[in-house]
Design a protein around this ligand. Structure first.
Ligand code: F6P
Length: 327
């Protein structure tokens, strides 16, 4: 093991995700298990620049495995994108004697950390924490499972009221560039249509599908729309459909940040615990400038370049299933 790493820093960055706290707990306790000191850096890169470091012990991360959000808080830092900001952050890292960094976040977090590694050589490792599941090199990101369960629960509730009033609902779920939540929540929630940025559905395809449902006596319908839809969000699609429909009363629900909060699922807690330990064991064994992932239920380490040049394509078989199930 690398004895020159005595003190580590940990931070969360970008959009929060359920399970980030479980990951913080796992990283902190694993570091302490291996006799290392560990400091929490609050508000991501912003706190790094401002020198917001606090020493963490095993008890500092007690009673957080079940909590949503992140005790370290999070931010999207514009200052860290500038060389000046990164220089200030490095000065704080040196001042506090930090030898290595562990980050939990999405692609923006990795990009920042990679740049920092290239410029200052601080060994660093990332854990994928985002509800979007849009990171290559891992089958699952921390937070995706919980957010999808939250979306499914909301869709079930909407279905009750949709059926009571014979309504058509357009439900918009998060996923800026990604249809993972929409596809999985749509299949699990029995949606008649799923609109995701990865697929070239046209408005006409959608109208045809809804017309077929109308003709075959569907009493209510639910369309799940990913935030990143290329043919418009739930509001736009509802407006377009209401111009030509005469058999459904139309409503829109945008789930938004509801999907980011709440207690993490068992899956996200276990995933975070596995990845947190792997991050510490990895960095102490020489891994750096990389991301922990999980592939076919095995922990893997992906180089930064693999992450940035790779993609995480949507499951085509699930897409096919969604089409057959919604006839
Ligand atoms: O990246 C996670 C995510 O929740 C996206 O799905 C969404 O588009 C974005 O963050 C929202 O970001 P913010 O909370 O900064 O508005």
């Amino acid at each position: 093991m690398n004895d020159s790493i005595k003190k580590l820093g940990i931070f969360t960055s970008g959009g929060d995700a359920p399970g980030m706290n479980a990951a913080i707990r796992a990283v902190v306790r694993s570091a302490i298990f291996y006799d290392r000191e560990i400091y929490g850096i609050t508000r991501g890169y912003e706190g790094m620049i401002e020198g917001d470091f606090v020493k963490l012990g095993a008890r500092s991360v007690g009673n957080i495995i079940q909590r949503g959000g992140t005790i370290l808080k999070s931010a999207r830092s514009a200052a860290f994108r500038e060389p000046e900001g990164r220089k200030k952050a490095f000065e704080q890292i040196k001042k506090n004697g930090i030898d290595a960094l562990v980050a939990i976040g999405g692609d923006g977090t990795f990009t920042g950390l990679h740049k920092f590694y290239e410029e200052f050589g601080i060994p660093s490792i990332c854990l994928p924490g985002t509800i979007d599941n849009d990171i290559p090199g891992t089958d699952y990101t921390i937070g995706f499972d919980t957010a999808t369960n939250t979306a499914v629960e909301a869709i079930d509730r909407i279905r009750d009221t949709a059926l009571s009033h014979n309504r058509l609902f357009f439900v918009e779920v998060m996923g800026r560039h990604s249809g993972y939540i929409a596809l999985n929540a749509g299949v699990a929630g029995g949606a008649v249509g799923i609109i995701i940025p990865e697929e070239n559905t046209t408005i006409e395809d959608l109208f045809t599908k809804l017309d077929e449902g109308g003709k075959t006596n569907k009493k209510s319908s639910l369309i799940v729309v990913a935030e990143g839809s290329k043919i418009g969000g739930a509001m736009d699609l509802a407006a377009k459909f209401s111009e030509r429909n005469n058999y459904f009363d139309i409503k829109v629900t945008i789930l938004g940040h509801l999907q980011r909060g709440g207690a993490p699922s068992y899956f996200d807690r276990v995933l975070a615990s596995r990845m947190g330990l792997a991050a510490i064991e990895g960095i102490l064994n020489g891994q750096k400038d990389c991301m922990v992932g999980i592939r076919s239920n095995q922990i893997v380490f992906n180089s930064f370049n693999e992450i940035m040049t790779g993609s995480h394509p949507i499951d085509q078989e699930l897409l096919r299933i969604s089409k057959i199930m919604s006839i």
